[in-house]
Design a protein around this ligand. Structure first.
Ligand SMILES: *[C@@H]1O[C@H](CO)[C@@H](O)[C@H](O)[C@H]1NC(C)=O
Ligand SMILES: *[C@@H]1O[C@H](CO)[C@@H](O)[C@H](O)[C@H]1NC(C)=O
Ligand SMILES: *[C@@H]1O[C@H](CO)[C@@H](O)[C@H](O)[C@H]1NC(C)=O
Ligand SMILES: *[C@@H]1O[C@H](CO)[C@@H](O)[C@H](O)[C@H]1NC(C)=O
Ligand SMILES: *[C@@H]1O[C@H](CO)[C@@H](O)[C@H](O)[C@H]1NC(C)=O
Ligand SMILES: *[C@@H]1O[C@H](CO)[C@@H](O)[C@H](O)[C@H]1NC(C)=O
Ligand SMILES: *[C@@H]1O[C@H](CO)[C@@H](O)[C@H](O)[C@H]1NC(C)=O
Ligand SMILES: *[C@@H]1O[C@H](CO)[C@@H](O)[C@H](O)[C@H]1NC(C)=O
Ligand SMILES: *[C@@H]1O[C@H](CO)[C@@H](O)[C@H](O)[C@H]1NC(C)=O
Length: 400
């Protein structure tokens, strides 16, 4: 799977968050209505239910438009079929997974949208009555970005032991349209391409053009408007998952971090002190919902225990890519209000990314969210490789 980095038209993105909290749904609702128009001036928001007809609602009450007869759909000359799964796994939402558009030849969706960065989310469900030889590429134009290549939804779903797959990308669209082309793999007998749902949503430049040093090297890297990214993991560290409708405007999913913690030492999770409120100043509100910053995971408060281990998250990644790791931090508990009270090292893929991170120094105070981005290279020939994110107290004498 691995090929030299320079040949890749896109880089992979790994996002992490340090914090988590459940707020009351009332609070969330208030945040949603006020923030609606603040971050995104021009907004595209398309939910296309492939292989379906008319408008249907998913379990989060989002309205999906069927692609049959839609202006986005592949033209009839492209020889595609709309198919319906005979049965659906209980854990899977009918919309958009029940139906699919499928073909043994290439087909293109064309979306007239405003220029700028978009999240493109592709939804796949491998129905048991579909043949197992799906193998295809997905490209985005303009830009000729390869979003997926030699992608086998059935194989991937099996590997992950998951009945459905969502793949999320961030691409910059420079003209007034975005074409997504699905192409069955050449040279693979009976290969076909399919898709159950396509979501396109405008996004701000989350990773603005700051020059970053590639961890473990002296080389720099800039995420600019030509960079396309794929989201690999986005975790709400410390607790529950956040569903797309609870992430205002951007409809991101945040997974619970429990499954990624190296089992030996999980540290402790905690929420904000009741007299602490989250105030955005260093990062815009769309960086992450307040629920993300409102709780966290740390090591035990006993320094002699903390110093003996690394608090570690383990991820499976494809080697050969550059990964962007975004870590979200917020001090949310007293007495951590001053610089030098809590200082820790950050190791990414066993390299020191930050010898002495100090959240108060980064953020300016308790309750102020901040995020830090790191670019991390990976090498190797294996299909999949472990990627470690590890934290360790900087000094034995100071709690973490
Ligand atoms: C956003 O602002 C535009 C223009 O002011 C307005 O037409 C639109 O209804 C607003 N959308 C929401 C969801 O508030
Ligand atoms: C394909 O779509 C048409 C039009 O909505 C519908 O009549 C037909 O049953 C669909 N075929 C399948 C296999 O779902
Ligand atoms: C990225 O988008 C901006 C407009 O938002 C455009 O000026 C620029 O040319 C685009 N770049 C690419 C490579 O698409
Ligand atoms: C997108 O597809 C449409 C229809 O197939 C085509 O006319 C147009 O040139 C394509 N645009 C790009 C940028 O590929
Ligand atoms: C698009 O990229 C593929 C490889 O990813 C390349 O073979 C092809 O020539 C490119 N097409 C254009 C128009 O640049
Ligand atoms: C896709 O897989 C086929 C068959 O396994 C292989 O021949 C081809 O080189 C692969 N293509 C890419 C782009 O990895
Ligand atoms: C906030 O509450 C915490 C714990 O309940 C307490 O230790 C701290 O002194 C309080 N801080 C302020 C500024 O009231
Ligand atoms: C923590 O991880 C770093 C980087 O992999 C390693 O050098 C260090 O020895 C680890 N520390 C402990 C206490 O395991
Ligand atoms: C990182 O260190 C661990 C042991 O601490 C090792 O198992 C793993 O292979 C290392 N990973 C890399 C990418 O060097």
């Amino acid at each position: 799977m691995a090929s030299p980095r320079s040949n890749r038209s896109h880089h992979l993105l790994l996002q992490l968050s340090s914090s988590f909290l459940l707020l009351s749904s009332l609070f969330l609702h208030a945040a949603r209505t006020t923030a609606q128009n603040s971050s995104l001036a021009v907004r595209d928001y398309i939910l296309l239910n492939c292989g379906a007809f008319g408008q249907l609602q998913d379990e989060n009450n989002r309205n999906w438009m069927g692609d049959i007869g839609s202006k986005f759909g592949p033209s009839p000359s492209q020889n595609t079929l709309n198919v319906t799964a005979a049965t659906l796994d209980n854990s899977v939402s009918q919309v958009p997974y029940k139906t699919a558009r499928i073909s043994r030849s290439s087909f293109t969706y064309s979306f007239p949208i405003s220029p700028g960065r978009k999240f493109v989310r592709l939804y796949f469900y491998l129905a048991t009555d579909f043949p197992s030889d799906s193998m295809f590429a997905v490209t985005a134009n303009p830009g000729n970005f390869t979003l997926l290549s030699n992608f086998s939804a059935s194989q991937t779903a099996q590997d992950l032991n998951f009945p459905y797959l969502i793949r999320e990308f961030s691409v910059n669209v420079s003209s007034g349209s975005l074409n997504l082309t699905f192409t069955p793999a050449a040279g693979v007998p009976n290969a076909y391409a399919f898709v159950n749902g396509i979501e396109i949503v405008s996004m701000p430049n989350l990773f603005s053009s700051e020059t970053l040093t590639i961890v473990g090297t002296s080389t720099t890297y800039t995420v600019d408007e030509t960079t396309a990214l794929q989201t690999m993991y986005r975790l709400n560290v410390g607790g529950n998952a956040i569903s797309p409708v609870d992430d205002v405007d951007l409809f991101r999913s945040w997974a619970d971090d429990n499954h990624y913690i190296l089992s030996a030492a999980t540290g402790v999770t905690y929420g904000q002190d009741s007299n602490v409120s989250i105030r955005y100043s260093k990062v815009p509100e769309y960086a992450a919902p307040t629920v993300v910053y409102g709780t966290a995971r740390s090591m035990w408060n006993n320094p002699s225990i903390s110093i003996a281990y690394n608090l570690t998250w383990l991820f499976s990644v494809d080697p050969g890519f550059l990964y962007l790791v975004r870590m979200h931090f917020c001090e949310i508990r007293y007495p951590f209000t001053k610089i030098n009270q809590r200082v820790f090292s950050i190791y990414l893929n066993n390299q020191t990314a930050e010898p002495d991170a100090d959240v108060i120094a980064f953020s300016g105070g308790i309750g102020c969210p901040v995020c830090r981005d790191y670019i991390v290279p990976t090498t190797g020939n294996a299909d999949q490789q472990d990627f470690r994110v590890a934290l360790h107290p900087y000094r034995a004498t100071v709690p973490f």
